[in-house]
Design a protein around this ligand. Structure first.
Ligand code: ABU
Length: 497
């Protein structure tokens, strides 16, 4: 009887398995045919705009007691894709990420299929070794001899910038690990007023406080003003605070500016401060012989944030924190959980890298980047970067000579370009008292129109005294010069009145 029951169970599980296999194949077909490539072409819409109520009507978002059929699940998948923004579309130029790299995507699928957590060698042997190799190669690109040092994959550049604060504080004041902020003087850190907001956020998170995150002036090109940095360091010391960290930026979020790293490093040496370079956006340029000069001096940094999901177009999310100091990550963050990091394992437990992180469970974000690197080689990444910069330069010079367009910065350094579009009705009105107020309303109106039509997607923002301007981001090397002209034509068409 027992054997018969066992056989029956086996037949059931085979039937179940083939049902799942059939679903997987159909779902994978749908992804390839209708989600990945079909939507990444110029004739489809970037976004199918729908209001929250319309989306709620189109997709039954409520989890239910009873299961739905595979047929219904496939329809749900198609609807989710339909109402999601098509970030792989060539005309999605809204953010510092975009595009769908086929190798990166397949590696994401493989990562999810293997469902690893990269904390111990025993559960993630290949990914552990892969991280070690990739992070070492990245450190070589930074310019640290032999790629020595340490590094980790992080859940986003903000967290990587937070690791810089944590490592710097531990480096100067190791007693904070056990005694917390009570053991140290009032610490102060410095970053540019145009730096990413994560440094402020993480200063709060780490108990340092936004008042102690001093914002240094940026010059007309968006670069950190080194004289102002020194005077703010001196002011902080005179106020009885203790400066410990400068976070410089290589590729600011809005302006794409590269801070002058050599003079900043000289100040850090003079005042004994940790230098962190947030190269989340601009780091990819290190892989281009033509453009890596933008990051000259990065080799002088103590640590670096570099996100391959940005300029190098790896799928979201792929962020790294790199440091020249080999032990600081482990010393600052280890908690030595005995259930996970037993020291009497039968292999070299140096490969159990999880204790360097503040996370426990952790996705293997390395595979997609490593797989892309294998598929394209460093040469492929270099061509990709050079194409992005070429497109950016073409677009800049195109709009510079086109009526109605006005650059915020005449010579942007990275592949994000800032500009105003001045409709015909506003041209020649520059001296009128409400000119700025009216210009401020142009970008949001054009944005609304483009989203409702789905013809492109580009972001805008005000900055300091400047009224709303567009920031277009080139990060997808499938674009060409014709696309650059399309963007200008489209903004002109949408803003004609
Ligand atoms: N670090 C997030 C950048 C956001 C953006 O794409 O503008």
């Amino acid at each position: 009887v027992e054997t018969k029951e066992r056989e029956q169970e086996m037949y059931q599980s085979i039937a179940e398995r083939s049902k799942h296999e059939d679903f997987l194949r159909r779902a994978a077909d749908l992804l390839v045919e209708r989600v990945v490539f079909a939507r990444a072409n110029r004739t489809s819409k970037v976004v199918e705009w729908a209001t929250p109520d319309e989306i709620k009507k189109a997709i039954d978002l409520q989890p239910r007691d009873s299961p739905v059929t595979h047929e219904e699940l496939l329809k749900i998948m198609a609807d989710v894709a339909r109402y999601s923004v098509n970030t792989a579309h060539p005309y999605f130029v809204n953010q510092l990420f975009s595009a769908v790299d086929p190798y990166g995507l397949v590696a994401q699928w493989l990562t999810d299929a293997l469902n690893p957590s990269v904390y111990t060698f025993e559960v993630a042997p290949v990914f552990t070794l892969m991280e070690e190799e990739v992070l070492r190669e990245m450190r070589k690109f930074v310019g640290w001899s032999n790629g020595d040092g340490d590094g980790i994959f992080c859940p986003g550049g903000s967290i990587a910038n937070g690791y810089a604060i944590s490592c710097a504080r531990f480096f100067f004041y190791p007693e904070t690990k056990s005694k917390g902020v009570y053991a140290v003087p009032k610490l102060t850190l410095f970053t540019s007023e145009l730096a990413h907001y994560s440094t402020k956020k993480l200063a709060t998170f780490m108990g340092i406080g936004t008042d102690n995150c001093k914002l240094v002036k940026a010059d007309a090109l968006g670069k950190m003003d080194v004289q102002d940095l020194e005077s703010k360091i001196i002011d902080a010391i005179e106020d009885g605070a203790t400066p410990f960290l400068v976070t410089a930026t290589a590729g600011t979020t809005v302006y794409g500016a590269f801070d002058p790293l050599r003079p900043i490093s000289a100040l850090c040496k003079k005042y004994n401060l940790w230098l962190h370079v947030d190269a989340a956006w601009g780091g990819g340029a290190l892989m281009s012989r033509k453009h890596r000069h933008l990051l000259n001096g990065i080799e002088l940094a103590d640590s670096v944030t570099w996100n391959p999901h940005k300029l190098l177009a790896a799928p979201q999310q792929c962020s790294t924190f790199l440091t020249r100091h080999p032990r600081v990550l482990t010393s600052a963050h280890s908690a030595e959980a005995q259930y996970l990091f037993q020291k009497d394992k039968f292999y070299d437990t140096e490969y159990d890298t999880g204790d360097k992180h503040i996370q426990c469970g952790r996705r293997a974000d390395v595979l997609k980047f490593w797989f892309m690197w294998k598929a394209k080689g460093t040469d492929g990444f270099e061509k990709h970067i050079d194409r992005l910069f070429d497109n950016a330069q073409f677009f800049t010079s195109h709009i510079k000579h086109r009526e109605g367009f006005k650059l915020v910065i005449e010579k942007p350094e990275c592949t994000n370009i800032m500009f105003w579009y001045v409709p015909t009705s506003l041209r020649g009105c520059e001296s009128e008292p409400d000119y700025k107020e009216r210009l401020h309303k142009v970008a949001p109106k054009i944005k609304e129109r483009m989203i409702k039509e789905g013809s492109m997607m580009v972001t805008y923002q005000p900055q300091g005294d400047l009224v709303n301007f567009f920031r277009i981001v080139f990060q997808n090397s499938a674009l060409d010069h014709k696309d650059m002209v399309y963007f200008a034509n489209e903004i002109e068409r949408l803003g004609k009145d």
